[in-house]
Design a protein around this ligand. Structure first.
Ligand SMILES: Cc1cc2nc3c(=O)[nH]c(=O)nc-3n(C[C@H](O)[C@H](O)[C@H](O)COP(=O)(O)OP(=O)(O)OC[C@H]3O[C@@H](n4cnc5c(N)ncnc54)[C@H](O)[C@@H]3O)c2cc1C
Length: 501
């Protein structure tokens, strides 16, 4: 059974057998800084989620030694990379040891012939691509958190990439990795036992089991990644529409066109356009008859992007699109990694401007259900707004996940007045999150396409979504983590330990 950390000194003494003093942090600031993630939460409860010790290992062996100590002492362990995850995965719910892997950010090997790179999981994609650029190569995992999320966190969440329709998502791009199990043993998993195999039919496909587990099954320490030629051309046209229906039809037609360089299409609805016009200083104002926006993205060699682009422009025109011009298109796409850094504010029902934090709820929804999910989610947030000024609707987008346009990362952005997020408002938000997840399931979708579904409210429906698969999850958790030390309290996995009560 997992115990709360009562004797920090004993743990620190044990950690000193594996780490240097400067790798062990016990200061208040060091611990509080690693207590939360960007998703708004009731800040008056901050002190309930603080680790007791932070460690900064530099190798797989050191991570393994720390985990072994934690397992021997029955102390919780929480892996943390960039701390940008939006489902509270890196939040220590039960104190314990937080393993911050940011010092494991080396490039261990660049294999130009087989087109792979092997890195420590503490590296971010921006730095990695700066290193790769002189070789004419790039690693195309491209979340909006590109400069600040790290390879290990991408593995821990099985992340979603903005250009995934062309290059795949994190699960497709990470070929193999070293992984420390909750008992401290080291395992290598991949598409085949070799580091650089991209297709194998040997045994169970364990790589996928050790991705997207939100740190509940261990810690990835060193990963081998697939590389691509750095694209010569990028095309990212933004088109305006005077109604949602035409924009929706156009998005589907673009995704289904079968253009090889197509990397993704995104549809912004009326609420999103209204929010941008009202409250986003970076938005270049469009005429008021613009009610929806669509962007398509293409990457590749110049000649193929030109040909594919012509086809997509023709499709957009047939659907009534108005091209917004090169400057807006290139600028908006270039800003995809830093739009969330602009000062955030929202409005009360009376139009009063107030500071707000951003949060999003996401689901995987089939194309055919995107409009009805969009309507239902806006209604849930409108209902919240009728009852309190703590929440504001910042609109929705739907973004292709695959090149055939079958399902869309469907996301609603909600402004939250975090200083007013008392227990009552938090309770309302948890109910709303549960209702949002319910709509996704009722439409045959998945609660999360992107961030995971660990947070209060949404997590309640995970057993329903996974069915018998959830029982298998519990069996696996208990087998691999007999003492429930690895990121305890997440994903309802405590149910694997009924004796803990
Ligand atoms: C502005 C913004 C934009 C975003 N856009 C996107 C987007 O486009 N696509 C997307 O997928 N996500 C997006 N996210 C969410 C977030 O960036 C991703 O979930 C990302 O993969 C988290 O990486 P991280 O390094 O910050 O991980 P962390 O937040 O540190 O950890 C995430 C989870 O993985 C676990 N973990 C951490 N390190 C390891 C490890 N080495 N081994 C095993 N498990 C580990 C943690 O315990 C936690 O459960 C966005 C977030 C923000 C703030």
């Amino acid at each position: 059974m997992t115990i709360m950390l009562e004797d920090v000194d004993e743990v620190v003494r044990a950690l000193r057998t594996a780490l240097a003093d400067e790798q062990i942090l016990t200061g208040r600031g060091d611990r509080y800084n690693r207590a939360r993630v960007p998703a708004p939460f009731p800040v008056h409860r901050w002190s309930e989620r603080v680790p007791d010790v932070v460690v900064l290992p530099t190798s797989t062996e050191q991570v393994a030694a720390v985990v072994k100590i934690a397992n021997d002492l029955r102390v919780p362990v929480v892996p943390r990379d960039g701390g940008t995850g939006l489902t509270d995965g890196a939040v220590p719910l039960r104190g314990g040891i937080l393993i911050d892997v940011k010092r494991m950010n080396q490039v261990h090997e660049l294999d130009l012939v087989n087109r792979t790179v092997t890195v420590g999981t503490g590296i971010n994609m921006l730095k990695l691509n700066e290193y790769l650029a002189p070789h004419g190569l790039f690693y195309p995992d491209d979340p909006a958190s590109y400069p600040c999320s790290l390879v290990g966190g991408r593995i821990g969440t099985s992340g979603w990439s903005l250009i995934g329709a062309r290059y795949g998502h994190t699960r497709d791009l990470v070929m193999s990795f070293d992984h420390v199990l909750p008992t401290g043993e080291i395992l290598h998993v991949g598409d085949g036992i070799g580091r650089k195999v991209s297709k194998s039919s040997s045994g169970y496909q364990l790589k996928h089991l050790f991705m997207g587990h939100q740190g509940t099954l261990g810690i990835a320490t060193r990963a081998t990644l697939k590389l691509f030629p750095k694209p010569e051309a990028e095309l990212s046209p933004f088109w305006a529409f005077d109604n949602y229906d035409d924009a929706y039809a156009c998005t589907g037609a673009l995704a289904r066109a079968g253009v090889a360089t197509f990397a993704g299409a995104v549809l912004f609805d009326e609420h999103k356009v209204a929010y941008l016009r009202r409250d986003d200083e970076a938005y270049i104002p469009q005429p008021t008859d613009v009610r929806a926006l669509v962007c398509a993205v293409m990457y590749g060699w110049d000649d193929e992007v030109r040909a594919g682009g012509k086809r997509l422009f023709r499709i957009a025109k047939e659907h009534g699109a108005r091209y917004l011009g090169d400057e807006i298109s290139e600028g908006d796409w270039a800003a995809r990694h830093d739009r969330y850094a602009t000062p955030l504010h929202g409005r009360t029902k009376d139009g009063q401007v107030i500071p707000m934090s951003w949060h999003c709820e996401d689901a995987a929804i089939n194309y055919s259900h995107v409009p009805s999910v969009t309507r239902a989610w806006h209604e849930i947030v409108a209902d919240l707004r009728r009852r309190t000024d703590v929440f504001d609707d910042w609109g929705m987008f739907a973004y292709t996940s695959g090149s055939t346009g079958v399902d869309y990362l469907t996301e609603i952005d909600v402004g939250i007045w975090e200083q007013q997020l008392d227990d009552r408002a938090w309770g309302m938000w948890v109910d709303a999150k549960r209702a949002i997840a319910r709509v996704a399931l009722d439409h045959g979708g998945s609660i999360s396409a992107c961030h995971g579904s660990c947070r209060e409210g949404e997590v309640d429906l995970v057993p329903e979504e996974l069915g018998r698969g959830f029982d298998v999850m519990l069996d696996i958790k208990r087998t691999l983590d007999p003492n429930n030390i690895m990121n305890p309290g997440k994903y309802l996995l405590d149910r694997a330990y009924p004796e803990e009560g």
